[in-house]
Design a protein around this ligand. Structure first.
Ligand code: NAG
Ligand code: NAG
Length: 402
């Protein structure tokens, strides 16, 4: 939105400085701005006689700026609505998103161009009719990812097509997914809730994080990814962030209001675990599963309360915390808990396939400083079986949600 806002503010400010008279506004509202303004400002006449850009792009940009404004509002009363009211009105924030801006629109358009009609129209319908108009009306369909490979195409384009096809091969994904999950569970001592005797000694949460991330791309407690450096986009930086939750954060942090949803969630965990217990010929009474399920949901509620809500995450300055691996280690160690995460080892294990060496001086970007600190406290206060159950269970949730 900032492009539009900035553009509109500039345009509006100029107009306002030069022509701050009621008469002008009055004329303008009636649609007769002709001839009252010096040439750069009079958009309705004179333009042809001067050096004004008349390309399609310029016209479209001018149109966007004009429609972003709300001329029915007196700028002396409410300057923001005067400059941006039109945009705000035609782009409501969808209930599923914390914001709506120009970047969202561009992302949608890109999705549309990459993946073709179906997915984007579904997404647009999901986000609201305005985006559908935008997507269907203003972009050309091209389905880049669905085209056949062609000679001489760029390597990243070819790689993206291959990845896209691999993702669509759901049979293979299912087959590999199930065996990977079984292997992973065996390796880490199985689902704690579904066993008569779960060996706590076998459980190492750092090792679980590594295998979940490497084998399944899941991040149950800490989200790690490589992102461009916001201070220099020619560089990439390892980014450490809060994880996403299974239920919406708003539900988890308000268990009183959403008690029926949380109850249903708990029941689902119990039923799913009972199925696994049966399948594994274990003998775990339902009452014991219920207690565990209660603890797991309680843990997720606490975890949710440590995370920042979306509106807080609009502030890029708050989320810009560049530091070395060594400093991150010092920071989380300062929580003074028994359960320590060894960041250097964790990152090295994560990147072992590409033989990357991570030194203590490696720069990382920590998005949520407080979360990392508080997470260590939460984990050390929580029984291992609950941490294990939550972490390993992300697999089943992920698969069901997808
Ligand atoms: C940005 O990063 C690149 C790659 O590391 C480097 O060559 C360049 O000098 C950096 N630019 C600035 C302004 O720091
Ligand atoms: C990583 O190192 C191993 C052993 O030296 C080597 O076999 C493998 O090809 C290397 N992988 C990459 C991606 O460089």
């Amino acid at each position: 939105m900032w492009n539009a806002v900035l553009g509109a503010v500039l345009t509006a400010s100029l107009w306002w400085l030069v022509s701050s008279s009621d008469a002008y506004l009055h004329n303008f509202k009636k649609g007769h701005g002709k001839g009252h303004l010096p040439w750069p400002l009079d958009v309705f006449s004179n333009t042809r006689h001067h050096n004004v850009c008349e390309s399609e792009e310029c016209k479209e940009t001018a149109h966007t700026l004009l429609t972003s404004m709300d001329m029915t509002v007196d700028p002396c009363e409410d300057f923001y609505t005067f400059t941006c009211g039109g945009w705000v009105k035609s782009h409501p924030v969808p209930p599923t998103a914390p914001h709506r801006n120009q970047f969202d629109l561009v992302t949608e358009q890109l999705d549309y161009q990459l993946r073709g009609t179906l997915l984007s129209v579904q997404r647009a319908v999901y986000l609201g009719a305005t985006s559908l108009n935008y997507v269907a009306g203003e972009t050309e369909q091209s389905d880049i990812l669905e085209e056949e490979d062609s000679e001489g195409e760029l390597a990243p384009v070819r790689a993206a097509k291959q990845m896209y096809r691999a993702c669509l091969d759901t049979e293979e994904v299912e087959r590999q997914g199930v065996s990977t999950v079984c292997e992973l569970l065996t390796q880490h001592g199985g689902w704690p809730m579904a066993q008569e005797h779960w060996d706590e000694g076998q459980f190492d949460w750092q090792a679980v994080l590594v295998s979940m991330a490497r084998r399944l791309g899941l991040f149950p407690l800490v989200l790690l990814y490589v992102h461009f450096d916001r201070t220099n986009t020619s560089r990439n930086v390892i980014t450490v962030d809060q994880p996403s939750l299974v239920l919406p954060r708003s539900m988890l942090v308000d268990p009183a209001t959403y008690s029926s949803q949380l109850r249903a969630y708990r029941r689902w965990i119990i039923d799913a675990t009972a199925e696994i217990v049966k399948d594994q010929n274990q003998n775990v009474p339902r009452s014991k599963i219920s207690i565990d399920a209660f603890d797991v949901v309680e843990f997720e509620v606490k975890l949710a309360k440590l995370t920042s809500f979306d509106e807080m995450r609009r502030n890029v300055y708050r989320m810009h915390n560049p530091m070395t691996v060594r400093d991150l280690q010092k920071w989380t160690d300062s929580a003074e808990t028994q359960m320590k995460l060894q960041w250097k080892d964790l990152l090295e294990s994560l990147f072992q396939d590409i033989n990357a060496t991570i030194s203590q001086n490696e720069k990382v970007e920590v998005r949520e400083l407080d979360f990392m600190f508080n997470l260590m406290k939460l984990i050390s206060r929580t029984p291992k079986r609950v941490v294990g159950e939550h972490s390993l269970r992300t697999v089943s949730k992920q698969r069901i949600l997808n």
